[in-house]
Design a protein around this ligand. Structure first.
Ligand code: URA
Length: 435
């Protein structure tokens, strides 16, 4: 087999077969394929596209370059969720314990922040003592004991993707639906869930800004995962404003703990229930999605999900009494500065990407992979779309390490929000579900 022939064929619009894709993926993982060849492969896929069959074959070939976990020891369905990323999206932290409380097992292999979006692992590690890098034996123990484990991928999960993703990042080939599909699913399918739900975000705070792009990605992901034998559906959900009123790692954990302990409903809880309801129904733990959503809502409302979450935190090395003391345990930034509109009207639009980048500039996300994250910084009390604004009401509060970065973030927040004379038309939280 020769990488040059595979790349040249792709360049001319031919579809590679299983043998070629297995060989190429293996070559990515073991170094037989060079960086230049990997970059040329990614560019050829970007330009020519893959048909459904080849996309599925590439996904499975990349998955099979590493460990594919099996769960014979578990006595319930294994369920998982993946979000394509947005701002203030801390759904996984509510959903995993709520699902476990409803009888599922949830080995949720998650990622770190990417661009303007936060990462689930960074959020969890804002809790002192928590480490999400666990080996397979520990993952299995936590799953048996707690029912859910949100952890990072080991180097043995889809190593071909780790290499190809880094090369795509520097060759302008990230934005290919074929490559995004193979990248996301090679890792998700390595955890062998029985059922998967995908939350494809659309709007100013998401990677997909238009409904048609989100639909194309959702369909590609759902078709590919189903073809690989994993029962999968995809939701397209609104990210025209952040999901929660806070952005930033520790601040989002505060939002999660409030949702888990206050019994109050909000957009974060609502989307968690919708995604969880679909998973419970498809996993045979609820009669239908509505009944499943009600089970998730009950687990959150009556505090059972909070207790389960605290057990997971303790199992990952965090404080044993997190549920009792979370307000005092989570780190707090030294500077807090309110942002004012200086005018009257309604919040008419929110540039979620700009808000996410403001949090990255505060130190709450990474500009390069080696950057150290400050878990305490971010935004809180962000007003939602349609809120009434007066000169005295803060639009948000910036949490910063110093006054200089607080000033810069406050300016960025003010610019990211448009104040209008009329309230905007609000998008539905869930646009559609693709089964
Ligand atoms: N997340 C991934 O894991 N891969 C992509 O290609 C894009 C987002």
């Amino acid at each position: 087999m020769d990488a040059r022939a595979i790349i040249a064929g792709l360049r001319q619009g031919e579809q590679p077969d299983a043998e070629q894709l297995n060989w190429f993926a293996q070559g990515l993982a073991d170094g037989r394929v060079s960086d230049a060849q990997a970059g040329a492969f990614a560019m050829a896929v970007c330009l020519q596209g893959l048909k459904t069959d080849a996309r599925s074959l590439l996904t499975r070939a990349m998955r099979d370059t590493g460990d594919v976990l099996t769960w014979g020891e578990l006595d319930g369905p294994v369920l998982d969720k993946h979000s394509t990323g947005g701002v203030g999206d801390c759904v996984s932290l509510l959903l995993a314990p709520a699902l476990a409380e409803c009888g599922a097992y949830v080995p949720m292999i998650s990622g770190r922040g990417l661009g303007h979006t936060g990462g689930t692992l960074d959020k969890l590690e804002a809790i002192p003592g928590v480490s999400t890098q666990v080996d397979e034996a520990r993952l299995r123990r936590i799953l048996q004991d707690v029912g859910c484990a949100i952890v990072g991928a080991t180097s043995q999960i889809a190593p071909a993707d780790k290499r190809l993703y880094a090369i795509r990042d520097v060759t302008g080939t990230v934005e290919s639906i074929d490559l995004i599909t193979a990248s996301i699913l090679s890792k998700k399918l390595a955890a062998s869930p029985d059922v998967l739900v995908l939350d494809v975000k659309v709007g100013s705070g998401a990677f997909m800004k238009s409904l048609s792009d989100a639909r194309a990605l959702a369909k590609s992901l759902a078709d590919t995962a189903n073809a690989a034998g994993c029962k999968t559906s995809a939701f397209i959900s609104d990210m025209s404003q952040p999901l929660a009123a806070s952005l930033g790692n520790a601040l989002e954990v505060r939002e999660v703990m409030q949702a888990l302990t206050s019994g109050q409903d909000n957009r974060l809880v609502e989307i968690t229930c919708a995604l969880g309801g679909a998973l419970l129904a498809d996993g045979g733990l609820a009669e239908n999605s509505n009944a499943g959503a009600a089970q998730i809502a009950a687990a959150i409302r009556d505090g059972r999900a909070a207790e389960r979450f605290a057990r997971m935190i303790a199992a990952l090395g965090g404080p044993a009494d997190f549920l009792q003391r979370w307000e005092g345990i989570l780190p707090v930034a030294p500077v807090q500065q309110a942002v004012f509109a200086g005018e009257t009207g309604y919040i008419a639009s929110i540039d979620g990407e700009a808000l996410g980048l403001a949090v990255v500039s505060l130190g709450g996300g990474r500009q390069v992979e080696e950057d150290h994250i400050d878990p305490s910084v971010g935004l809180s009390g962000l007003l939602p779309l349609g809120a009434v604004v007066t000169p005295e009401v803060p639009l948000a509060v910036v949490h910063a390490a110093d006054t200089v970065s607080a000033e810069a973030a406050a300016l960025a927040v003010r610019r990211a929000l448009t104040i209008g004379a009329q309230p905007p038309v609000l998008a539905p939280l869930v646009h559609e579900r693709i089964a």
